[in-house]
Design a protein around this ligand. Structure first.
Ligand code: NAD
Length: 443
């Protein structure tokens, strides 16, 4: 099938590439000339495991193309919108990118086309897109909601082997097109769930908000564990063994970030407010997350008796989660901001995300970016861990100890076993677990 994807960011590039991979003929459009030029030259503008290989392969096979010119798409059967929907000043998803692209697309429709919205959008957006397009063209079209559930860091795999594919449309004709489009991706284990537009749009917000709630709930449990002397790891395995709860997404930490959870929880809450519904849980989920992002800073203040001025910390990890260079709403940004305010110096290392953080803090005299996880700990007062990159999971502790000024780790991702930290003689503070204390004279 001939397909076009408007917006070639995380979702658009991964979707377009995977659709080409299963045999569709795909053209991706983006207004960002630099991005399109990079892609045309075989450079991938984002870091996503496995993506580069697939892009190059499908470009070579002539199944995947990139352009800045909407006219180049010709007459595709399906046009995806994978455009940003950031919060507007009010917390609502801002639909300006989606609606303006829909208007542009409407002007170049040539025959019946299915317009598929992959962006995360409020209930009622399909109808808005339909109205905008209908105002511009007499050509027959349908608008379909098809939310995307891929996770950054696993995006290619998630797209090729999704848990489910959700398609919302009341048009029988569009349903048949969508079934044909997704046939290579569906199986007995991967159902195509057909529903109406509103339910499909709501499904995406409900899924992300539920996952965010799981994280905030576990963070609350972790905080309470610290107070009452329980160990959140034990509690986690204790409750995860209950099939109704399950083991996944029960890891406490320093809060969720990224381009989706924060904005989607906020947007769902705003949908509730606009409908005079007081969605109490969502407010709590957001409040807990905001507080949790300050957890490491609070631990530092406590340990150093509020005297952080002049201290130097190594920050391991900047991305909001491992295997991505995405720093949107990353807890590391709050940590950096707070440390700068308190007069501490930060030496930062991340395998992929440093360039993005440099765009925000690059010129600040209190932050320095270092190229590897060992050089960054040289002569620092302590290590702070903000992202659970695999390379941080089993460091050479002896080497770290030789380089660092004091053997102290504040771990926002619970990477290490407490017994190990005791044996390695580190002062070690993590989330929801006992602190391994080294007497101050030892550090
Ligand atoms: P992104 O910012 O990475 O990419 C959006 C792209 O659209 C950018 O490259 C931008 O230049 C381009 N663009 C903007 N206006 C355009 C126009 N008029 N024509 C062509 N291109 C245009 O965003 P993303 O992370 O891919 O997210 C897109 C949507 O998918 C959002 O609604 C998001 O909530 C949702 N989503 C994201 C993820 C994720 O993990 N990133 C997962 C699921 C759903």
């Amino acid at each position: 099938m001939k397909i076009s994807v408007i917006g070639t960011g995380y979702v658009g590039l991964v979707s377009g590439t995977c659709l080409a991979e299963v045999g569709h003929d795909v053209i991706c459009v983006d207004i960002d000339k630099d991005k399109v030029d990079q892609l045309k030259n075989g450079k991938i503008p984002i870091y996503e495991p496995g993506l580069e290989e697939l892009v190059l392969k499908n470009v070579k096979a002539n199944k995947l193309h990139f352009t800045t010119n909407l006219e180049d798409i010709g007459d595709p059967e399906v046009i995806f919108f994978a455009l940003p929907t950031p919060p507007d000043g009010d917390g609502q998803a801002d639909l300006k990118y989606v609606l303006s692209a829909a208007k542009d697309v409407a002007k170049i429709l040539k025959s019946y086309t299915v317009l598929v919205n992959k962006s995360t959008v409020p209930v009622g957006t399909s109808k808005k897109v339909k109205d905008v397009v209908a105002n511009e063209t007499d050509i027959e079209f349908d608008v379909v909601s098809n939310p995307e559930f891929l996770r950054e860091g696993f995006a290619v795999d998630d797209f090729l082997r999704a848990d489910r594919i959700v398609v919302g449309t009341s048009s029988t004709k569009a349903r048949e097109v969508m079934k044909r489009l997704y046939l290579p991706f569906t199986s007995e284990d991967i159902p195509l769930l057909l529903m109406d537009e509103a339910s499909s749009e709501m499904t995406k917000y409900a899924a992300n908000s539920f996952l965010a709630a799981k994280i905030s709930f576990m963070n609350e449990i972790a905080n309470l564990c610290e107070i009452v002397g329980a160990d959140v790891d034990e509690v986690r395995s204790g409750i995860g063994a209950d099939e109704r709860i399950g083991h996944r997404f029960l890891f406490p930490g320093i809060g969720y970030g990224g381009s989706c959870f924060p904005k989607d929880v906020l947007a769902l809450n705003r949908i509730a407010e606009l409908n005079d519904y007081d969605f109490k849980i969502l407010n709590a989920v957001m409040g807990v997350n905001d507080r949790q992002k300050h957890t490491l800073i609070n631990k530092l203040k406590n340990y150093y008796d509020n005297e952080l001025d002049g201290k130097v910390f190594a920050l391991w990890g900047l991305a909001f989660k491992p295997d991505t260079d995405d720093i949107r709403e990353a807890p590391s940004l709050i940590i950096i901001e707070e440390l700068i305010k308190l007069g501490a110096k930060i030496k930062a290392y991340d395998p992929e995300a440093a360039e993005n953080v440099k765009k925000i803090f690059g010129d600040h005299s209190l932050i320095e970016f270092v190229d590897n996880m060992y050089d960054v700990v040289k002569d620092v007062d302590a290590i702070l861990i903000a992202t659970e990159w695999a390379e941080f999971r089993a460091p050479d502790f002896a080497r770290v100890k030789n380089l660092i000024k004091y053997p102290i780790i504040f771990d926002g991702r619970n990477l290490y076993d407490l017994e190990l930290m005791k044996n390695e003689e580190f002062h070690y503070e993590s989330i929801g677990r006992k602190t391994i204390v080294l007497e101050k004279q030892q550090v």
